[in-house]
Design a protein around this ligand. Structure first.
Ligand code: SF4
Length: 323
């Protein structure tokens, strides 16, 4: 049970010094023993997770990871986007951890909680060091999820890794409407720039997938928006699309509903109805949206799947890649 304002056991001694301050955001060192985190819950679409940063400056109103700052003893609700922790990344240790993941036959997912190409990466290059280590471990299964165009900085490196490993970059785009995106995801790059990044990756020979996550009821779930996202992904050479309806867990719920009350007050009653007593939207609504995405993706000629359809990769599997 977390106590507000108190770091989780073992966490306080990992919190390091302030290493930078810009645009009202503080960056601190986070000493970490292991960067890779082994998942024990099953089934899961990956066996290992890796998040180079804690907190995320992109400040998406719906970000489900906001609660993770409570483990650091930070109970200021805005700390998630203003106090970013930068993990240590020793190359040799990373290589050893990635070899362990390879031996397990399970996939490694980078950016499951926070964005590995958020603005901090431009300076600290933790994700870059992870990829440089991955290049030394051929035969791994790797996915990277981001909203940032900074991923194109590593296109050549990702291509190199792809030659000997299974790598996919998931570009997250929720709407084609730049004005709406600015309100929902204040410090993330414009949607068209994200699709340009997707195209740059696929042109470089790196597999990319569109993540429509989350789909926001009455804001981004309309047919024209979903179709436009799928068309843009197809044009950018994506191998497919994956989608999931908004998950509104405590910690995110309060911030998101406050945002709605200011920016879209007419939608507050609708969200309170849809998410009454649950972090999940009602199954009927979810089915309707899943069916919509599937039909539109078929029309557009792009393969699609629900987040729940991802293959279970938490169990060891035979690797077809030689190393
Ligand atoms: S980019 Fe991802 S991790 Fe960062 S705030 Fe947005 S949803 Fe959260």
């Amino acid at each position: 049970m977390m106590k507000p304002g108190i770091a989780a056991p073992g966490m306080a001694e990992r919190l390091g010094v302030t290493v930078d301050e810009r645009r009202g955001v503080e960056y601190h060192q986070l000493r970490s023993k292991d960067l890779l985190n082994k998942l024990n819950a099953r089934p899961m679409p990956f066996g290992w997770t890796l998040n180079p940063y804690r907190g995320c400056e992109m400040a998406c109103r719906y970000c489900f990871a906001r609660y993770t700052h409570e483990f650091l003893g930070l109970d200021d609700r805005m700390a998630f986007e203003r106090t970013i922790y930068v993990k240590d990344a020793d190359r040799d240790r990373l290589v050893a951890e990635l070899r362990r993941a390879r031996r397990s036959g399970q996939s490694v997912a980078i950016g499951t909680a926070t964005d590995p190409y958020q603005p901090a990466e431009g300076k600290f290059e933790v994700t870059r060091r992870v990829l440089e280590a991955a290049r030394m471990v051929p035969g791994i299964l790797l996915s990277i999820t981001t909203k940032s165009t900074l991923v194109t900085r590593d296109a050549a490196l990702l291509r190199e890794i792809s030659a000997a490993s299974d790598v996919t970059v998931n570009l997250s785009v929720t709407t084609v409407d730049a004005a709406l995106a600015r309100r929902l995801e204040p410090r993330a790059p414009r949607p068209d720039l994200r699709f340009a990044a997707m195209k740059a990756l696929t042109d470089a020979g790196v597999a990319a997938r569109l993540f429509i996550m989350p789909i926001l009821p009455r804001l981004t779930d309309d047919e024209p928006n979903l179709r436009a996202l799928l068309v843009a992904a197809r044009r950018a050479g994506a191998i497919g699309a994956e989608s999931n309806v908004l998950f509104l867990r405590p910690g995110t719920r309060e911030i998101f509903l406050e945002f709605l009350a200011i920016d879209f007050p007419r939608l507050v009653p609708e969200y309170e109805r849809l998410y009454r007593g649950s972090a999940y939207a009602p199954p009927d609504y979810v089915r309707e949206i899943e069916e919509r995405v599937r039909r539109l993706a078929d029309e557009v000629g792009l393969s699609s799947r629900r987040r729940a359809d991802r293959p279970d990769q938490s169990s060891p599997r035979q690797l077809s890649l030689a190393w």
